[in-house]
Design a protein around this ligand. Sequence first.
Ligand SMILES: Nc1ncnc2c1ncn2[C@@H]1O[C@H](COP(=O)(O)OP(=O)(O)OP(=O)(O)O)[C@@H](O)[C@H]1O
Ligand SMILES: [Mg+2]
Length: 377
Amino acid sequence: MSDNAAVVEAVHEALSHVNDPEIRRPITELGMVDTVAVEGGRLSLTILLTVAGCPMRDTLQRDIAAAVDGVDGVTELELEFGVMSEQQRADLQVKLRGKAGAEPVIPFNLPESRTRVFAIASGKGGVGKSSMTVNLAAALAAKGLSVGVADADIYGHSIPRMLGVEGAPTQVEDMIMPPQAHGMKVISIGMFTPGNTAVVWRGPMLHRALQQFLADVYWGDLDVLLLDLPPGTGDIAISVAQLLPTAELVVVTTPQQAAAEVAERAGAIVTQTHQKLAGVVENMSWMELPDGSHIEPFGSGGGKTVAEALTRDVGTDVPLLGQIPLDPKLREGGDAGVPLVLSDPDCEASRAIRAIADQLAVRKVSLAGKPLGLSVV
Ligand SMILES: Nc1ncnc2c1ncn2[C@@H]1O[C@H](COP(=O)(O)OP(=O)(O)OP(=O)(O)O)[C@@H](O)[C@H]1O
Ligand SMILES: [Mg+2]
């Protein structure tokens, strides 16, 4: 082998450790490495981006430079970016999703899926569903899990702001690459509407949008997907039940009795949809005053009431997963795009959220390849 050939091979090896920031698979596997040439220590690389103006270009450039930096025989890097041809993109889609022309399927419904899907629901608005979604997601990601967040609140989307996601998702053929925030994959209808325009869609369109989130978005292999639902038991809640029959509901309530009764009704729809209830989260349970004493602005007992009522309704144990105090920093974190569990992991609210995340973090056992317990006669 000539010296150059050995260097080229070493460069390929180094590049096999560089992941595409969006797809999270090695660029060598994705057909993104176009040309590799070495002459007198000067490495000329052409890397093909999935789309022109790929927002991840800078990250890729940095990662590639770092990867080839240690390769013996390379003293200089000349990096050029090109764009995949239509054929190359179609090949990539087949590679990621299976055979060409296949109808997009919701990967979480496949028997081999090991992703646990949680839908965060409530009867009333403003009880903290979105805040719990982003903080639970961040807590799960911090544990090393691969986490996706889908904002299913089409009219009142707030996830992009709460996670500090800006910019639109990249599209490869008819696949949507979800932007990343704090190590999570995030998708929201807010990313497809210009500025702050209101979305005026009726039920069937909502259903279609949700189906797209789930089927057309390239999620990769997730441990957990969290869906932030709009309040109430409307179209989206019903669509979630239809599109994701294995999704487990997490019901958020405040301690207030009136809120608890509404939350209970929201939770009780699972008796009709046959979904599982993962449990109840009581948010805004108390507030610590500067002197260290606690007040309960919204009363007490709501979470326990809902958990007990739902346990009676569905006939299986529905646990109260935890109680989260009011903390102005939690709201500030939402406004700033950094979940509290990341910015202040040791405060009381963060610890309470992490304890709930621990209960949700158990990975589903894949059903693929398992005998179904049927005997052939
Ligand atoms: N534990 C908490 N401490 C302080 N502020 C909180 C807490 N939980 C939620 N909030 C704040 O309350 C407001 C409503 O929360 P959030 O948007 O998460 O509720 P939601 O149930 O998703 O609302 P919607 O029904 O409108 O989607 C937000 O301003 C949020 O920052
Ligand atoms: Mg919300």
